[in-house]
Design a protein around this ligand. Structure first.
Ligand code: TYM
Length: 334
């Protein structure tokens, strides 16, 4: 069986970008019985960006409820919380000992933090950079290598991390023997980057997201807020640079998308397009939103699913970590 693995950091409420870029393809894959999916809540990753315990806790619940409401097949998929599988953080340390610091210097998130310091005239380029942020790609490599994932469905922003996981796996295998599979990123080209309210990539860090299960009223309000240009009704518009169209296309069929593309050429009014998008999304998400709301009222059910997933995950991680420890000369095969 091919192993597919992906995770979401538990720092916020799942948004349309997470859904299109990661959750939806992952759920589709979970129905394929030639695939063994591992899907998890990256709660240790959350600490890098968020030191608000209540937010991390609430976000973990919301993200878990999202996957379950969207119909994740938990019989076939292993669905768990990263922190329930202690072998992962153990592996992260082991991997950090074969990872060149220079490789981490090149990680986007770290480089972006350094650049922001330089641009603001800060004398210390590493100001505000924790070791968690710096080591982030190593923990992510451990997430992936722990289950010898073949494919990792992610948005484009994560591709560099998957490449780093390959490098780290290759380095470990070279020193200690073939223990890890080299993973590959899987990105869906059509919808790789969904834009947010301000036209930039939809991201928690830009505060421009549309929550996947926003109540109907809020969903409408947010869609009305999506930035458009000042072209008037009747003036032809370019769908390919338009956030509204990008979101519509990510949900609609090919035929529906082609029809809307024609309406852009005919000069559709922004107000009309916003209404179309709202109606479409609301219709598409309504049933899952109801299941989501019900699950949030029953956190015990969520916990039960996660505990069950953790047991399954550890039945893979515990034997592998024993092998890994043995290969590096730490403890026997016990
Ligand atoms: P995170 O939590 O930032 O995002 C979760 C997933 O959603 C994708 N994504 C998007 N895709 C398309 N358009 C967007 N606007 C958009 N915004 C987010 C992300 O690419 C990602 O796939 N480090 C990871 C979590 C992680 C992980 C892993 C992923 C931890 N360990 C191991 C895969 C394998 C992260 O912070 O994703």
């Amino acid at each position: 069986k091919s192993i597919v693995l992906t995770g979401i950091t538990t720092t916020g409420t799942p948004h349309l970008g997470n859904y299109v870029g990661a959750i939806r393809p992952a759920i589709e894959a979970s129905r394929d019985h030639d695939v063994l999916p591992f899907y998890f809540l990256a709660d240790y990753h959350a600490l890098i960006k968020c030191q608000d315990p209540e937010r991390v806790r609430q976000s973990t619940l919301e993200i878990a409820a999202t996957w379950l409401a969207l119909g994740l097949d938990t019989e076939n998929a292993v669905f768990y919380r990263q922190s329930d599988v202690p072998e992962i953080t153990e592996l992260a340390w082991i991997l950090s000992c074969v990872t060149a610091k220079g490789l981490m210097n090149r990680a986007h998130a770290y480089k972006a933090a350094v650049q922001a310091n330089e641009e603001s005239g800060e004398s210390d380029p590493d100001k505000g950079v924790t070791m968690g942020l710096f080591n982030y790609p190593i923990l992510m490599a451990a997430d992936i290598l722990m289950f010898n994932a073949n494919k990792v469905p992610v948005g484009k922003d994560q591709v560099q991390h998957i490449e780093m996981a390959r490098d780290i796996a290759g380095r470990f295998n070279h020193i200690y023997g073939e223990h890890f599979v080299l993973p590959e990123a899987q990105i869906s080209e059509d919808t790789a980057v969904l834009c947010g309210l301000d036209g930039r990539k939809m991201s928690k860090s830009y505060d421009n997201t549309i929550p996947l299960f926003a109540p109907e009223k809020q969903l409408r309000k947010l869609i009305m807020k999506i930035k458009t240009n000042s072209l008037l009704p009747g003036e032809p518009k370019d769908p390919d640079t338009c956030a509204l169209f990008g979101i519509y296309r990510a949900f609609a069929t090919k035929e529906e998308t082609a029809a809307i593309r024609r309406r852009y050429a005919e000069g559709i009014a922004w107000g009309d397009m916003k209404n179309i998008l709202f109606e479409y999304l609301d219709d598409h998400l309504k049933a899952a939103r109801e299941r989501y709301d019900a699950l949030l009222q029953a956190p015990d059910k969520i916990e039960e699913a996660l505990q069950d997933g953790a047991r399954k995950a550890r039945s893979y991680s515990a034997p592998l970590i024993r092998k890994v420890r043995h290969s590096i000369g730490i403890r026997g095969l016990s």
